[in-house]
Ligand binder design. Structure first.
Ligand code: ZN
Length: 54
């Protein structure tokens, strides 16, 4: 089982667990949405609310 989340821009991301998913989202956000200035807490909250098991 994996964890999956879809960025508001439509880019799907998945990883083995929430901590790994955080790293994937971090990399995507830093590259494509640096203006959002997401903190780790922001991203972890997003994962807690929106990530699904796949
Ligand atoms: Zn995105």
């Amino acid at each position: 089982m994996k964890r999956k989340i879809v960025c508001p821009c439509g880019h799907p991301m998945q990883a083995a667990d929430d901590e790994e998913l955080y790293k994937v989202v971090r990399r995507h956000v830093d590259e494509f949405h640096p203006e959002l200035n997401y903190s780790k807490d922001d991203i972890m909250n997003m994962i807690a609310q929106e990530a699904m098991d796949v």
